[in-house]
Write a new protein. Sequence first.
Length: 167
Amino acid sequence: MLIQAKIGHIGAYELGNRSVDWLQLEWFEAGKRILRRKTQSGKELALKFLAEHAGLTQGDIIYSDEQSIIAIEILPCECIVVKPASMFEMASACYEIGNKHLPLYFEVNCLLVPFEMPLYKLLTAQGYTVSIENRKLLQPLKTTVAPHGQGNESLFTRIMKMTHSNE
Protein backbone atom coordinates (compact mmCIF):
# COMPACT_ATOMS: atom_id res chain seq x y z
CA MET A 1 0.00 0.00 0.00
CA LEU A 2 1.39 3.43 -0.99
CA ILE A 3 1.00 6.29 1.52
CA GLN A 4 1.78 9.82 0.32
CA ALA A 5 0.25 12.11 2.96
CA LYS A 6 -1.01 12.33 6.51
CA ILE A 7 -4.80 12.56 6.73
CA GLY A 8 -5.29 13.63 10.32
CA HIS A 9 -4.53 12.93 13.94
CA ILE A 10 -6.11 10.24 16.07
CA GLY A 11 -7.04 12.77 18.77
CA ALA A 12 -9.25 14.72 16.36
CA TYR A 13 -10.55 11.88 14.21
CA GLU A 14 -13.87 10.05 14.50
CA LEU A 15 -12.88 6.40 14.93
CA GLY A 16 -16.36 4.91 15.04
CA ASN A 17 -16.14 1.10 14.96
CA ARG A 18 -12.83 1.06 13.09
CA SER A 19 -9.84 -0.74 14.52
CA VAL A 20 -6.48 1.02 14.85
CA ASP A 21 -3.48 -0.66 13.26
CA TRP A 22 -0.26 0.94 14.50
CA LEU A 23 2.77 1.60 12.33
CA GLN A 24 5.64 1.59 14.81
CA LEU A 25 8.57 3.87 14.00
CA GLU A 26 11.83 4.72 15.69
CA TRP A 27 12.28 8.44 16.44
CA PHE A 28 14.77 8.87 13.58
CA GLU A 29 12.40 7.28 11.04
CA ALA A 30 9.62 9.81 11.73
CA GLY A 31 11.22 12.43 9.49
CA LYS A 32 12.10 10.17 6.57
CA ARG A 33 10.42 10.94 3.26
CA ILE A 34 10.67 7.41 1.85
CA LEU A 35 10.26 4.34 4.03
CA ARG A 36 9.01 0.74 3.83
CA ARG A 37 7.52 -0.83 6.95
CA LYS A 38 4.86 -3.27 8.15
CA THR A 39 2.08 -2.35 10.55
CA GLN A 40 1.47 -4.38 13.72
CA SER A 41 -1.09 -6.48 11.83
CA GLY A 42 1.41 -7.15 9.03
CA LYS A 43 0.20 -4.77 6.29
CA GLU A 44 3.07 -3.69 4.07
CA LEU A 45 3.34 0.05 3.56
CA ALA A 46 5.49 2.22 1.35
CA LEU A 47 5.64 5.80 2.59
CA LYS A 48 6.60 8.35 -0.06
CA PHE A 49 6.23 11.94 1.09
CA LEU A 50 7.72 13.59 -1.97
CA ALA A 51 5.90 16.93 -1.87
CA GLU A 52 6.62 17.70 1.79
CA HIS A 53 8.67 16.72 4.82
CA ALA A 54 6.93 13.81 6.52
CA GLY A 55 7.33 15.01 10.10
CA LEU A 56 5.32 12.08 11.42
CA THR A 57 4.51 12.01 15.10
CA GLN A 58 2.60 9.95 17.65
CA GLY A 59 -1.04 9.50 16.58
CA ASP A 60 -0.78 10.77 13.00
CA ILE A 61 -3.23 8.92 10.76
CA ILE A 62 -1.84 7.89 7.39
CA TYR A 63 -4.68 5.64 6.15
CA SER A 64 -8.36 5.17 6.82
CA ASP A 65 -11.14 3.04 5.36
CA GLU A 66 -14.48 1.74 6.69
CA GLN A 67 -12.87 -1.02 8.80
CA SER A 68 -9.52 0.30 9.96
CA ILE A 69 -7.20 3.22 10.54
CA ILE A 70 -3.43 3.12 10.32
CA ALA A 71 -1.76 5.47 12.80
CA ILE A 72 1.82 6.22 13.79
CA GLU A 73 3.32 5.05 17.07
CA ILE A 74 6.76 6.37 17.99
CA LEU A 75 8.68 3.74 19.94
CA PRO A 76 10.49 4.64 23.15
CA CYS A 77 14.28 4.69 23.07
CA GLU A 78 17.13 5.14 25.50
CA CYS A 79 17.50 8.87 26.18
CA ILE A 80 19.53 11.30 28.17
CA VAL A 81 17.07 13.32 30.24
CA VAL A 82 18.37 16.71 31.36
CA LYS A 83 16.43 18.47 34.13
CA PRO A 84 17.68 22.07 34.22
CA ALA A 85 17.38 23.91 37.53
CA SER A 86 16.82 27.33 35.90
CA MET A 87 16.23 29.03 32.57
CA PHE A 88 19.92 29.91 32.47
CA GLU A 89 20.82 26.24 32.85
CA MET A 90 18.20 25.32 30.21
CA ALA A 91 19.76 27.75 27.73
CA SER A 92 23.26 26.57 28.54
CA ALA A 93 22.32 22.88 28.13
CA CYS A 94 20.54 23.60 24.83
CA TYR A 95 23.64 25.38 23.60
CA GLU A 96 25.96 22.50 24.59
CA ILE A 97 23.73 19.91 22.91
CA GLY A 98 23.07 22.08 19.85
CA ASN A 99 26.78 22.70 19.44
CA LYS A 100 27.15 18.95 18.88
CA HIS A 101 24.43 19.08 16.19
CA LEU A 102 22.38 16.45 17.98
CA PRO A 103 18.59 16.20 17.86
CA LEU A 104 16.98 17.77 20.91
CA TYR A 105 13.50 17.19 22.28
CA PHE A 106 11.49 18.96 24.97
CA GLU A 107 9.04 17.50 27.47
CA VAL A 108 7.66 19.18 30.61
CA ASN A 109 10.73 21.12 31.80
CA CYS A 110 13.11 18.40 30.57
CA LEU A 111 15.40 18.15 27.60
CA LEU A 112 15.61 14.75 25.90
CA VAL A 113 18.43 13.57 23.64
CA PRO A 114 18.93 10.10 22.16
CA PHE A 115 21.50 8.37 24.36
CA GLU A 116 25.13 8.88 23.49
CA MET A 117 27.82 8.12 26.09
CA PRO A 118 30.21 11.02 25.26
CA LEU A 119 27.37 13.54 25.65
CA TYR A 120 26.19 11.88 28.87
CA LYS A 121 29.71 12.12 30.32
CA LEU A 122 30.04 15.77 29.21
CA LEU A 123 26.71 16.84 30.72
CA THR A 124 27.43 14.95 33.95
CA ALA A 125 30.92 16.47 34.23
CA GLN A 126 29.46 19.95 33.74
CA GLY A 127 27.12 19.42 36.68
CA TYR A 128 23.75 19.08 34.95
CA THR A 129 21.11 16.86 36.52
CA VAL A 130 20.90 14.00 34.02
CA SER A 131 19.46 10.51 33.92
CA ILE A 132 19.12 7.72 31.39
CA GLU A 133 15.53 6.69 30.71
CA ASN A 134 13.42 5.01 28.04
CA ARG A 135 11.17 7.72 26.59
CA LYS A 136 9.32 8.55 23.39
CA LEU A 137 10.93 11.44 21.53
CA LEU A 138 7.83 13.34 20.43
CA GLN A 139 8.44 17.10 20.58
CA PRO A 140 11.54 18.18 18.68
CA LEU A 141 13.00 21.49 19.72
CA LYS A 142 13.36 23.27 16.40
CA THR A 143 15.31 26.44 15.78
CA THR A 144 15.75 28.72 12.85
CA VAL A 145 18.82 30.66 13.83
CA ALA A 146 21.59 32.11 11.75
CA PRO A 147 25.07 30.62 12.09
CA HIS A 148 27.44 32.11 14.64
CA GLY A 149 28.90 35.32 13.23
CA GLN A 150 32.25 36.98 13.66
CA GLY A 151 32.04 40.46 15.12
CA ASN A 152 28.38 40.05 16.08
CA GLU A 153 27.09 38.89 19.41
CA SER A 154 26.79 35.09 19.35
CA LEU A 155 23.48 33.30 19.81
CA PHE A 156 24.84 31.85 23.06
CA THR A 157 25.70 35.32 24.39
CA ARG A 158 22.25 36.66 23.52
CA ILE A 159 20.51 33.68 25.19
CA MET A 160 22.67 33.99 28.29
CA LYS A 161 21.96 37.71 28.59
CA MET A 162 18.24 37.12 28.15
CA THR A 163 18.06 34.33 30.73
CA HIS A 164 20.39 36.10 33.16
CA SER A 165 18.04 39.11 33.25
CA ASN A 166 15.12 36.80 34.18
CA GLU A 167 16.74 35.35 37.29
